[in-house]
Each structure stands twice: as structure tokens, then as C-alpha cells.
Design a protein around this ligand. Structure first.
Ligand SMILES: Cc1cc2nc3c(=O)[nH]c(=O)nc-3n(C[C@H](O)[C@H](O)[C@H](O)COP(=O)(O)OP(=O)(O)OC[C@H]3O[C@@H](n4cnc5c(N)ncnc54)[C@H](O)[C@@H]3O)c2cc1C
Length: 181
């Protein structure tokens, strides 16, 4: 159909109340090509390097996108859709156009200082008086909205800080050290 003229106008008016959009919010698995590093060029007001995010769509992301897209199209067709239009992933990830990005990770929570930065009280293994709160604690984006978990971590960190103030110690035994002993 032409995208101008009387037919276009008639079909646009008809479709306006008979169309819908459906999308899926998916998991993003960790990948060695996606990481944080210190920017070699850009610095803050104190001359310290800014954090640089290196991130792109992986083959797994594309496969999952295609799989879920096909399922959504099937559902639409079962619902009686006469036309299903699927959007395509771009060649590379871009923050524009804006969407509800759930970019997380960088200060991963864990049981072991060899592969995590903070313990389950959000307390840094290497600096006991530093507690970190936020989406940076996640090992990866689990697909669901992250803010509830970020809030839960805030309560957990508050509990940890309260406990830490009693005797200024690391609150969890490091699994790396425990294994070594
Ligand atoms: C468009 C959009 C829609 C979203 N919708 C949802 C949703 O519906 N549900 C959901 O659960 N999640 C949603 N998210 C994700 C959610 O917003 C984030 O996961 C969450 O805000 C992360 O919280 P945070 O505390 O880790 O980081 P942020 O909320 O980004 O907080 C970081 C703070 O640190 C400050 N800061 C940065 N650098 C410095 C510095 N050098 N010194 C001092 N302060 C600094 C920033 O100004 C900011 O206030 C959405 C995200 C986007 C972008």
C-alpha cells in the first residue's frame, strides 16, 4: 500500500484502533566482549579517567531475539492479525533511540573475592569500610526489572553497615580464603 493518499488515510484510521505492539524483555548473559574499563581519553574534573562501557549485541542475543520474535508473531497470528511487522536488531547496540536500558554489573556481588567485588552485605572484599549499592552489583541482567532487587540490596547494605559499625570487620568469610585454609 502507498504511504500517502485516500487509501492510506482510510487504512490509517481503521488500523489506529486495531493495532498493537508487543515486546519481550530478555536476559543478557555475561560475555567477554562486554566489559568496563578506564577510558584512555576522557577524564573527570580531578584528572581521573572516566569509566568506559564496552558493550554490543552478541550472537546469543540475536538468536534469543529471533526465537522470541517468532513466538510473539505466532501469538499475534493466532489472535487474528492480518499483518505482523517485526522490528530488526541493529548491527550494533546504541543508546539511541532511548529505551528502558537495564545496563548492570561492574561491582559484582559474590561469595568469593577471586570472582566478585563485594560480599552479600554489599561490602567490598578489599576495602571493608566501603559498601556499594546499585545495579552494578548484578553479575548480569536477568531480564526482569532490576529496581526491586536494587532496593533489596539497599536494605541488605544498611543491615551490613549497621553491623559493621559495631566492630569494623569484614562481615562474611571469603570463600577463597576459606578454601585456601
Ligand atoms: C528509560 C528507562 C526506563 C527504565 N524502566 C525501568 C522499570 O520500569 N523498572 C525497573 O525496575 N527498572 C527500570 N529501569 C532501570 C533502572 O532505572 C535502573 O536499573 C536503576 O535506576 C539502577 O539504579 P542504580 O542506583 O544502580 O543507578 P542510578 O539510578 O543510575 O543511580 C546512579 C546515581 O549515581 C549518580 N552518579 C553518577 N556518577 C557520579 C559521581 N561521579 N559522583 C556522584 N554521583 C554520581 C547519578 O547521578 C545517579 O543519581 C529503566 C531504565 C531506563 C534508562
Amino acid at each position: 500500500m502507498k504511504n500517502w493518499g485516500a487509501e492510506f488515510k482510510r487504512e490509517s484510521i481503521k488500523s489506529f484502533t486495531q493495532s498493537l505492539t508487543s515486546h519481550a524483555q530478555m536476559i543478557t548473559l555475561p560475555h567477554k566482549n562486554n566489559y568496563l574499563s578506564l577510558d584512555p581519553t576522557y577524564k573527570d574534573d580531578y584528572g581521573r579517567p572516566l569509566l568506559r562501557v564496552t558493550y554490543d549485541i552478541t550472537d546469543h542475543d540475536r538468536a534469543a531475539y529471533d526465537f522470541i520474535g517468532e513466538r510473539i508473531a505466532e501469538i499475534m497470528e493466532e489472535m487474528g492479525a492480518t499483518e505482523v511487522v517485526r522490528s530488526e536488531l541493529p548491527e550494533h547496540f546504541d543508546i539511541y533511540p532511548p529505551h528502558n536500558d537495564h545496563i548492570v554489573g561492574g561491582v559484582i556481588v559474590g561469595a568469593d573475592s577471586s570472582n566478585s567485588v563485594v560480599n552479600n552485605y554489599c561490602q567490598m572484599w578489599e576495602e571493608e569500610n566501603v559498601f556499594v549499592i546499585g545495579g552494578s552489583l548484578f553479575p548480569h541482567n536477568g531480564g526482569y526489572n532490576p529496581t526491586g532487587t536494587v532496593g533489596a540490596f539497599a536494605y541488605r547494605a544498611a543491615e551490613g553497615i549497621d553491623s559493621y559499625l559495631d566492630d569494623n570487620r569484614i562481615l562474611v568469610e571469603d570463600a577463597t580464603t576459606a578454601t585456601a585454609n
